[in-house]
Design a protein around this ligand. Structure first.
Ligand code: DQQ
Length: 627
């Protein structure tokens, strides 16, 4: 249904007089600081139990040392660090009184079209591939509990990457070479139709080794059974590499000499790096004399990803493609900051090294794949539709979910990637609403009547009308400390997951820096979680990015709202911010959508297309059903 309401007389509510809950919650921080703090919802009781047990253990140990008197305050440490991997759940916010969550609030938070297991903990996506008509995703999964630990490979399949069917666990920690966890890894499809899965195993002593697994039955499209190679591990940490700094093998690519290459993340002191191995059979390996790449000061590189992009063609490329029309993307998940960084550069086949196009924008010090809550991502080449798909983990400590997008080189800027939701998401579109040139005055909010707004696909374009003479504006305002920070040219955008009273809201907005006489303004794209929830025990951040806007382009954003997940794409996908919000009032039928303009010197004119979105089917596979 298309609608174009008359906004001439639309109510323009002032925005400023609404409370921020930052005082009662955690202090807002910029996304670039990446301060990942857990929030515990669906499984609050079990986590409280875990928290208490850990606290007791700390106190018991402390008491032993201090003649039975505890000196330590209650401190909780994230899981995983002792085992030699990044923190996988953050300390419980023990100093904060827990909010009185109701079942309704908690059940609203679960996503309806982002993949997640039926229950318990998930983290990194692993080994994505397309095989015999099915998309497969494996993922780091704790089948027993809602916190990181006992890591296995969960497994699910889909025909369209939207509707998913859960399958039995694919790999469990049952051998000495992965007894402390079947950690992250990648799939390689070989030209003869075989599938190779390389993954990191954590041994009983927490040494990180690389293991080989393969499907037991290649004629099974579901790839239900996996065999671990009898003589695993196939790789152990080489000299000079710490036993806990050697993990997450990539999909392999083939060189001109016919040998396969695999790269594995590591570090030496504070230098993050990626090792390259060559192999003909995935059993015997030779370590390259050179690192694929290394960047001082970036710390341990987890979940490295390495793939080609076409400079001029429309399609994604298989991992082994190279040539004059190709650049290579190197991505690393930085253990120290929990941010996925990438850079675009050139791969030199002769010595298996990679050099960034712009050394000032090198891996870990330049572009991020996502400026919000997003980690441990991995791409795969979808040979079915000739595209490269990016999977990521949108982290929080309860409803960990996975998300996927198509990724291509930005042929306009030629300096960044473009990420865009896979086209299959559009199959979920239901009712459609259109708004044209809605004028929003400085300091106002305009409601958009699209009904309940918890599952939406929003596309919005903004034009600016200057209200005063040249010279208005500010320099370097960025995202400020949220959408209440006003200046001449921002902020303006939408308020998602807001209630009618605007007592809870999440602004997704642009804020321009410079003056109206400047030929080029700097455009910040931001998401402000600070007033998303009245609950005090929730992490609420302001996420900031800078997005290139070319002279012939309007400001535009696409926003996918899926309950507690808001995924925001600026300028066709040049910049992405994933955020998670846990409102207490703006839920179910009370969740609404608004436009807002908190700039002082401009009107904005907004045109929007909005779709309500259906829920995806994500449920167990009926295994007695014959394919
Ligand atoms: N998660 C896995 C590791 C990887 C980390 C363990 C990244 O293989 O380095 O669950 O989140």
């Amino acid at each position: 249904m298309a609608m174009n309401p008359d906004f001439e007389n639309a109510t323009q509510i002032p925005l400023l007089n609404y409370p921020s809950y930052r005082e009662t919650g955690r202090r807002a921080q910029k996304g670039s600081l990446v301060y990942i703090v857990s929030t515990v919802f669906l499984i609050i009781m079990s986590l409280v139990a875990v928290a208490l047990i850990i606290n007791l253990q700390i106190h018991e140990h402390d008491k032993d040392l201090n003649n039975g008197k505890s000196l330590l305050p209650l401190i909780l440490y994230p899981r995983g660090v002792a085992e030699g991997v990044s923190a996988k759940s953050s300390p419980f916010l023990s100093q904060k009184a827990s909010y009185n969550w109701t079942n309704a609030m908690l059940s609203w938070q679960r996503t309806d079209f982002h993949f997640q297991p039926q229950k318990n903990w998930m983290n990194d996506p692993n080994g994505p591939l397309f095989y015999k008509g099915w998309y497969h995703i494996f993922y780091q999964y704790n089948p027993d509990s809602a916190v990181w630990g006992n890591i296995t490979w969960g497994h699910a399949v889909s025909r369209d990457m939207i509707h998913w069917l859960h399958l039995p666990i694919a790999l469990v920690p049952d051998t000495w070479h992965d007894i402390s966890g079947v950690w992250s890894g990648s799939a390689t499809l070989l030209p003869d139709g075989k599938i190779v899965m390389l993954y990191t195993g954590s041994t009983g002593e927490y040494v990180q080794v690389q293991n080989l697994a393969y499907p037991a039955n290649l004629s099974d499209p579901l790839l239900l059974d996996w065999v671990k190679y009898a003589h695993n591990p196939v790789l152990v940490p080489p000299p000079g590499i710490g036993p806990k700094d050697f993990r997450d093998p990539t999909t392999a690519w083939i060189g001109l000499d016919g040998k396969w290459r695999v790269t594995i993340g590591s570090k030496v002191n504070k230098t993050g790096l990626s090792l390259v191995y060559r192999t003909e059979d995935f059993i015997h390996y030779e370590l390259s004399d050179h690192y694929l790449h290394a960047v001082p000061g970036t710390g341990m590189w987890e979940c490295v990803d390495f793939f080609p992009v076409s400079l001029n063609g429309p399609h994604g490329l298989d991992s082994s493609v190279n040539g004059p029309d190709v650049k290579h993307v190197l991505k690393a998940s930085l253990d120290d900051t929990k941010v996925d960084h990438y850079a675009i550069g050139t791969y030199f086949v002769e010595n298996d090294t990679w050099v960034p196009d712009n050394p000032h924008e090198d891996v870990g010090i330049g572009l991020k794949l996502d400026y919000g809550r997003y980690y441990a991502s991995k791409t795969f080449y979808d040979q079915h539709k000739q595209r490269r798909i990016l999977w990521g983990w949108i982290n929080e400590s309860d409803g960990e979910t996975a998300d996927l997008k198509k990724v291509v080189f930005d042929k306009k800027t030629r300096t960044n990637l473009i990420q865009w939701p896979v086209e299959e998401v559009e199959s979920l579109r239901l009712r459609n609403f259109e708004f044209e040139e809605v004028v929003v005055n400085p300091g106002s909010v305009v409601p958009l009547d699209v009904g309940p707004s918890t599952q939406l696909d929003i596309f919005a374009e903004f034009e600016i009308e200057y209200l005063a003479s040249k010279g208005i504006g500010n320099n370097n305002v960025g995202c400020g400390s949220g959408a209440v920070d006003r200046s001449g040219l921002g902020p303006f955008g939408i308020l998602a997951i807001a209630d009618d009273q605007l007592s809870e809201l999440t602004p997704i907005y642009f804020h321009l820096s410079g003056t109206s006489s400047d030929a080029i303004l700097t455009t910040s794209f931001c998401v402000d979680e600070t007033r998303s929830s009245k609950a005090p025990d929730v992490s609420k951040l302001v996420f900031e990015s800078e997005v290139p806007v070319l002279s012939d382009e309007k400001l535009s954003m696409r926003v996918l709202v899926d309950h507690s997940i808001i995924e925001s794409f600026a300028q066709g996908g040049r910049t992405v911010i994933s955020s998670r919000v846990y409102p207490t009032e703006a839920i179910f039928g009370a969740a609404r959508l608004f436009l807002f303009n908190n700039a002082t010197d401009i009107n904005i004119k907004a045109s929007l297309k909005i779709w309500q979105l259906n829920s995806a089917f994500i449920r167990p596979f009926p295994l007695d059903y014959k394919l």
